[in-house]
Design a protein around this ligand. Structure first.
Ligand code: FAD
Length: 510
């Protein structure tokens, strides 16, 4: 059953106690609700309606004061299905070495291993509509760029899997309507969370609809699933009983905000021989026609850098344009000062051919406690303080992208593939990332990170908030570190694992 809380008479929650109350109906909330409601009485609370509305989305506005970032009301969606309503569907599970600690990266490592999530991979792929053939057609050739770069001991070629992309609201609405033990309420905005007097367990959440009516919802177990920025915002705002907010005894809620730096870092021109080989395997399918590489653990350790994914994309079918020598000029044209110097020498304007393709890098960000989601003074219509995001990158984040690009350039030149023109900001001295656009991926992670103890995490390895017996957090805010891969497939794996845990503690595990 799905009910619009804006239109109910009376109090539908009076004298009711649910087994599990899930706050937020995005990827995490919907996956969890469907898994738990086979045996348990579940309530799923969604702040928005079935469709986008300005009044719900307005609650996501906030301020960004650090590294340039997307508009906070555009980098996520606040209605049924959540941000899956506009995600892109790139999927790749985390590498096993993403879970292990690196001696040169402070706060690295997870308290669980990849093997804890592997059993949930197939089901996560099913939920995300990833089919076997979503891998087919991806470049796997014997003799082109993939083979040449992949043969280096520093990089390995990998393949993405593609989700439809699944829109969770659209796909699962009918099933949610049908399930007898699942009650879903729309326009039900969490505005407060209350603990019992001893402060060690949750008693109820308070929700408000858009007409201003407030309701209390009681349950045995609560799961916060409102997204990587909103999860810490809600915990910090719920401060009527504990001044610093819920789960924040060690001032960790909102800290370690992590993104995936994501930027075009170079363009390239191909040698004539490489063009010929690539032309034979040409496909115009933009997703599957690219090549993807990630580093070997050895390359990361030797250079003391993080994990990353490289995307090599061709602009057009090779050989259909100019020769290597002619195209080489395009690299000069990419740099304004080099172009004007060349024009001075030759005494007239340069004819600039376009390059053959470009290189993009998506990389891991190092855990940084000063990169954080915090609360500002401005409040929303429900009196909740709005977000202030201070995204901060570190020296190792830039060095990772730098080393990856330079090494790729060496392989391109050394193996006779072509030449790279690396963007000026990457070869400049110092820490600066370009500040005129957001070099991010819309992935909000690590703000209620998982730790072994309350001193290094907000939630324990089962995603339970330290110090609060029956409060759990779901989604990428519980990631301890980010890897370079899109978070959603990992979110689904972790949510399935959380469902198993909750079924076990409620005595309903099959
Ligand atoms: C443009 C874009 C492209 C992306 N592409 C990819 C990609 O290719 N690959 C990938 O892995 N990831 C991608 N992502 C990220 C992906 O969308 C997220 O990882 C995923 O949606 C997170 O799921 P979630 O359930 O944690 O949060 P969400 O999906 O955001 O769901 C949170 C839900 O909580 C609700 N909510 C919020 N506050 C409250 C409240 N106070 N009370 C009640 N309900 C509330 C919201 O309305 C929402 O429905 C992309 C994101 C964007 C923006």
């Amino acid at each position: 059953m799905i009910t619009d809380l804006d239109t109910v008479d009376g109090d539908p929650f009076k004298n009711k106690k649910f087994d599990v109350c899930i706050c937020g109906a995005g990827v995490t909330g919907i996956t969890l609700a469907l898994k738990l409601s086979r045996k348990l009485n579940v309530i799923l609370l969604e702040g928005g309606g079935f469709e986008y509305t300005d009044h719900s989305q307005d609650l996501y506005f906030g301020k960004s004061i650090g590294q340039d970032y997307f508009d906070l009301a555009a980098t996520r969606l606040r209605y049924f299905g959540g941000t899956s309503n506009h995600w892109a569907g790139w999927c790749h599970p985390l590498d096993s070495h993403d879970f292990t600690s690196k001696p040169y990266v402070k706060h690295s490592g997870w308290p669980i291993e990849r093997s804890n999530l592997d059993p949930y991979l197939k089901e996560a792929e099913y939920i995300l509509d990833i089919t076997e053939d979503s891998e087919e057609g991806q470049r796997d050739s014997q003799e082109d760029i993939g083979n040449t770069i992949g043969a280096s001991t520093d990089f390995r070629q990998f393949k993405y899997k593609w989700s439809a992309p699944t829109r969770f609201g659209e796909k699962y609405k009918a099933e949610i309507e049908r399930l007898p033990h699942l009650a879903c309420y729309l326009n039900a905005n969490i505005v407060d969370m209350s603990l019992f007097e001893n402060l060690s367990a949750m008693e109820h959440v308070e929700v408000r609809n858009f007409t201003g009516k407030t309701f209390k919802i009681h349950a045995q177990t609560f799961v916060l699933a409102a997204g990587g920025i909103e999860n810490p915002r809600i915990l910090l705002n719920c401060n009527s009983q504990i001044q610093t907010g819920l789960g924040n005894d060690h001032d960790l809620v909102g800290r370690f905000f992590t993104e995936h730096p994501n930027k075009t870092v170079a363009s390239f021109v191909l040698e004539d021989k490489a063009k010929e080989v690539i032309a034979k395997n040409w496909t115009s399918d933009r997703r599957n026609g690219n090549w993807y590489f990630s580093p070997s653990r050895n390359f990361m350790d030797q250079n003391k850098i993080l994990n990353f994914g490289i995307l090599v994309e061709l602009h057009r079918k090779p050989n259909s344009g100019a020769t290597f020598n002619e195209t080489l000029k395009s690299l000069v044209c990419r740099s304004q000062w080099a172009q004007s110097a060349a024009e001075k020498l030759q005494g007239d304007a340069m004819d600039c051919p376009s390059e053959d393709g470009w290189i993009r890098i998506v990389s891991e960000q190092a855990p940084n406690p000063w990169s954080r989601v915090n609360l500002g003074q401005e409040v929303d219509r429900f009196g909740m303080r709005r977000v202030v995001l201070d995204w901060k990158l570190s020296e190792i984040d830039k060095r990772t992208i730098q080393r990856a690009t330079i090494r790729l350039g060496e392989i391109f030149a050394g193996q006779g593939l072509g030449r790279l023109h690396i963007d000026d900001w990457l070869v400049s001295e110092g820490l600066d990332f370009p500040d005129n656009d957001a070099i991010a991926s819309n992935h909000h992670m690590c703000t209620t990170r998982m730790g072994e103890t309350p001193r290094d995490g907000v939630v324990d390895p089962n995603q339970r908030v330290f110090g609060i017996d029956n409060l759990y957090v779901g989604g990428s805010s519980v990631f301890a570190t980010s890897g370079f891969e899109g978070p959603t497939i990992t979110i689904v794996q972790m949510t399935l694992r959380l469902a198993d845990h909750l079924n076990t503690i409620h005595g309903t595990h099959i």
